[in-house]
Design a protein around this ligand. Structure first.
Ligand code: TPP
Length: 561
């Protein structure tokens, strides 16, 4: 066979099962785009900003669970896409990003649109390649998919000089597509030890992270929770694993977790931490986290075990397999006093959901929107107060998918990730809760959404400010608010209409619930604009404090004391 490097890349992507990819062309990846156009077997989604392309691919990857692809040109194209790559790294999302690079002979000459993409991507990728010859592509492309999907998933970057894309190569055999490697079987003595610890604990808690979701371990986690009568708390990434109304569900813990969740972790004597990485937003001041508990840490990545919190027992493996192996060894226990203690904590420290009739209360918007979504919906967010309110309030049913930028906390994640989700699952409704600050960071992707008729609804909670920043200034900087309010109103509905979206304005609506229901039922992209009043996301653990030191109640009460 004889073909150019660019044709070879496209063939290899097809052989990996790639149907859709997102990107933006430019000088150094034009041979690749030309090959893409000539082949016609892969759908290309033209993003409006490379960061958007990266997050569209992330949305596809988070929903499909398989590596997805984005393209960018060299220089500014590559630098624009780095944020989405870093985000994928922190949230363990399998991504393959292919960037164009200046021709080999020009590398290192400060050529037009030359940056050291390879160098810049080293710390934010799982692995990266600078391809020197078209022949290397036969190894590099399958390797990239294998690495992105195997073990703990993550992003891989492949930088391909323009002349490598154009050079013609002869070869005889197609390489096998890169596949997820199988892991070594679970270690039975450790599983037995874990079961003993669970069976003898009086107050065990299950702590679920994003790793549970990506391993497909929700069902096993729920069975463990019920069999062992073990309450389950979740990190931001693991939130959707359990039905929020389950008596044993503790929901989010940590910085914006429920008081009862943080108190339960204070009291427990065993934490079974699955697919979590003991991030500071979860643990608060690390040395005060779960002070009375032994820790069983289950993770696919051996580097996570003992990285931040020393585990009494570390189990490396696929979380679903580990939980499934554990289940038959765990005694069915009613353990009545611990669940009743949890019920008592919930009763005494309920999460406030007052103001449910009020349009301007973010929690009422979230709860009402949830009523109109089915069990199969995908819920995405941007980053800020709206994200935390959604994490605290959305009544997850244990089946819905939850897409949020957990580790990097990237404003601008929501809209393109939601578009990617709708590409991966066109039959499902995708609702993105966004804020006026975050929406502005990738607003241009509304044009992409319209062009591909993505079934995405964006519920924009407009508080005319960078709400979460304003909250921190109010609470921790003597209420000195600076650079956190938008002083000139923006007509988001008008802008969205300019992009071609259907828009719904809840302000001033006679029956805003009916309007919201109608908006969520329409097909195609829509923007729902809702004004929200200034409010705080509480409870909140001040940064650097122990989780038991939450700020509760009303900020003004606190400031008055
Ligand atoms: C790209 C990026 N820049 C800055 C921040 C810091 N930051 C965190 S939340 C926030 C405000 C978000 O405002 P908005 O999207 O309107 O949401 P709100 O908090 O008002 O609900 C900012 C600036 C960030 N997380 N990401």
């Amino acid at each position: 066979m004889k073909m150019s490097g660019a044709d070879l890349i496209i063939h290899l992507l097809e052989r990996q099962g790639i149907h859709t990819l997102a990107g933006i062309p430019g000088g150094t990846n034009l041979p690749l785009y030309d090959a893409l156009a000539r082949h016609g077997g892969i759908r290309h989604v033209l993003a409006r900003h490379e960061q958007g392309a990266g997050f569209i691919a992330q949305g596809m990857a988070r929903v499909s669970g398989t590596p997805q692809v984005c393209f960018a040109t060299s220089g500014p194209g590559a630098t624009n896409i780095l944020t989405a790559i870093a985000d994928a790294r922190l949230d363990s999302v399998p991504l393959v990003c292919i960037t164009g690079q200046v021709p080999r002979a020009m590398i290192g000459t400060d050529a037009f649109q030359e940056v050291d993409t390879y160098g810049m991507s080293v710390p934010i990728t799982k692995h990266n390649f600078l391809v020197r010859t078209p022949r290397e592509l036969l190894d590099v492309i399958p390797a990239a998919f294998r690495i992105a999907a195997s073990g703990r998933p993550g992003p891989v970057l492949i930088d391909v000089p323009k002349d490598v894309q154009s050079e013609v190569l002869s070869f005889d055999v197609w390489p096998a597509p890169g596949k997820r490697e199988t892991l070594s079987p679970v270690d039975l003595p450790s599983i037995r030890h874990a079961a003993d610890l669970i069976n003898t604990a009086s107050k065990p808690v299950l702590l679920l992270g994003g790793g549970v979701i990506s391993a497909g371990g929700r069902q096993a986690a729920r069975s463990l929770m019920e069999t062992a009568s073990m309450p389950a708390a979740a990190t931001l990434m693991g939130l959707a694993a359990v039905h929020a109304d389950h008596p044993l569900a503790l929901g989010l813990l940590g910085m914006h977790g429920a008081v009862y969740a943080n108190f339960a972790l204070e009291e427990c004597d065993l934490v079974v931490a699955a697919g979590v990485r003991f991030n500071d937003r979860t643990t608060g001041r690390l040395k005060h986290f779960c002070p009375k508990a032994k820790i069983i840490h289950i993770d696919i990545d051996h580097c996570e075990i003992n990285k931040l919190r020393i585990a009494h027992l570390g189990i490396v493996g696929d979380i679903r397999e580990v939980l499934e192996a554990l289940l038959p060894l765990v005694e069915k226990k009613p353990r009545s006093s611990w669940p009743s203690r949890i019920a008592e904590l919930k009763k005494h420290h309920p999460l406030s959901v007052s103001g449910l009739e009020d349009l301007c209360s973010p929690r009422s918007l979230i709860r009402t929107a949830a009523e109109f979504l089915d069990d199969n919906a995908i819920i995405a967010t941007d980053v800020g107060q709206h994200q935390m309110w959604t994490a605290q309030t959305f009544p997850f049913r244990g089946t819905q998918q939850w897409l949020t930028s957990g580790g990097l906390g990237t404003m601008g994640f929501g809209i393109p990730a939601a578009i990617g989700a709708s590409l991966a699952a066109p039959e499902r409704t995708v609702l993105c809760f966004s804020g006026d600050g975050s929406a502005m960071m990738n607003l241009q992707e509304l044009a992409t959404a319209v062009e591909i008729d993505a079934n995405v609804k964006i519920l924009l909670m407009d508080n005319k400010s960078l709400g979460l920043v304003r909250q921190q200034q109010s609470l921790f900087f003597g209420n000195r608010r600076f650079a956190s309010s938008f002083n000139r109103p923006v007509d988001f509905a008008l802008i969205a209409r300019g992009f071609g979206l259907q828009t719904w304005e809840l302000a001033g609506a006679k029956d805003w619930r009916a309007l919201l229901a109608e908006a969520l039922k329409t097909s195609g992209p829509a923007l729902i604009h809702a004004p929200v009043k200034e409010a705080d996301v509480l409870p909140m653990v001040p940064p650097g404090e122990a989780n038991k030191n939450m700020i509760q109640g009303d900020r003004h009460d606190r400031l008055a004391n």
